[in-house]
Design a protein around this ligand. Structure first.
Ligand SMILES: *Cc1c(COP(=O)(O)O)cnc(C)c1O
Length: 339
């Protein structure tokens, strides 16, 4: 019995890549695998995405790119956040591509110019005339999942600023834009969240033909009956009003089950049950409805329990839940399957 077991379905990631590639039509699909592939494992995810038709990998930082390069000798790898002067040399040696996003344009390495079309963060306010090393021009959308007029304005600004650039690859769309705005596709799309089968819109990923790739399982480590007036967990946040069976699951916020996910549902022996009381570092409590044996399987994510639901309870987005899962520290078992 594993206290915390993550199973990553590489087949699902490959199929999600195929789905996004179809949505991208004639554009290339570039797989965004920053933050350990949104918690799913960067190298495994990259291999699956490449098998599904992706033609490049995008990460945020140089160390992430070097980590990928060690296993993926030939892949095209793009570092999206600015790097230091010292890192430019390392990037060159590792055949990485960089992004000019803070005013400096790195030299001696393939580079993408990033234009700020409304994100108001990284990005140049105007495009310099591209040097020979410039292979791409990009921008990033601020609210493709929520604000249509602003997104259309960003797309138009990008189209106008990058018209007539010849062979330079133009890329703008994230997952949400790839799915919703055909005119945002340009020459390549950069998809992250959709690859993992998580909806950028917070709804059901199946609406866009995407399948969740991650399962998270544990078990009931302890089952006890609270009498009226008895409580479970820190600060007595849950006090039983009547005799109440609760189960203790040996997973907590140190594993990525956040404290603000109290009230969300998990599956206990295949039935939806509510998480009650304060989530602690190494444990959480579930209201059971009846007595169940110790060892009963608990599904925290999977079989219809979705990251998007947990995100809604925690008043955040699926991205933050996924990247916060502690899949790598040795606290959890991590298994890959090809389903
Ligand atoms: C993270 C990121 C993406 C991927 O966005 P998703 O919404 O996960 O598809 C694309 N482009 C840039 C610049 C990013 O930082």
């Amino acid at each position: 019995m594993q206290r915390s077991c993550f199973t990553i379905d590489l087949g699902a990631i490959r199929r999600n890549a195929e789905t996004l590639l179809r949505a991208a039509r004639s554009a290339e699909l570039w797989a965004v695998v920053k933050a350990e592939g949104y918690g799913h494992g960067a190298v495994d995810t990259s291999r699956a995405a490449l098998a599904g038709g992706a033609t490049a990998l995008c990460v945020a930082t140089l160390p992430e790119a070097l980590h990928l390069r060690a296993s993926l000798r030939d892949a095209r790898i793009i570092v999206m956040c600015p790097v230091s002067e010292r890192e430019v040399g390392e990037a060159r040696a590792a055949r990485l591509e960089l992004v000019a996003a803070d005013g400096r344009v790195p030299e001696g390495v393939k580079v993408h110019l990033k234009l700020d079309t409304g994100m108001g963060r990284w990005g140049l306010s105007e495009l310099p005339s591209p040097s020979r090393e410039v292979v791409g021009v990009m921008s990033h959308l601020a609210c493709a999942e929520s604000d249509e007029p602003f997104t259309r304005a960003q797309i138009e600004r990008f189209a106008a600023a990058t018209a007539g650039l010849g062979k330079i690859t133009r890329h703008l769309a994230n997952t949400a834009a790839t799915l919703r705005y055909p005119e945002a596709r340009f020459d390549a799309v950069r998809c992250g969240i959709g690859l993992y089968g998580i909806s950028p819109f917070g709804g059901d990923p199946a609406d866009n033909g995407l399948e969740p790739a991650l399962r998270w399982e544990s078990y009931l480590a302890l089952v006890k009956r609270l009498e009226p007036g008895q409580s479970t967990g820190y600060c007595r946040r849950f006090v039983a009003a009547e005799p109440t069976w609760i189960g203790i699951v040996p997973v907590g916020y140190a594993d990525g089950f956040r404290r603000d996910m109290t009230g969300t549902e998990v599956l206990v022996a295949g039935e939806r049950r509510r998480v009650v009381g304060t989530v602690s570092m190494d444990a959480l409590a579930v209201e059971l409805g009846r007595e169940l044996p110790v060892g009963t399987p608990v599904t925290l994510v999977g079989d219809g329990i979705r990251i998007e639901e947990h995100a809604r309870v925690a008043d955040t987005i699926g991205y933050e839940i996924a990247t916060g899962l502690n899949t790598r520290s040795g606290r959890a078992r991590r298994v890959t399957v090809d389903g």
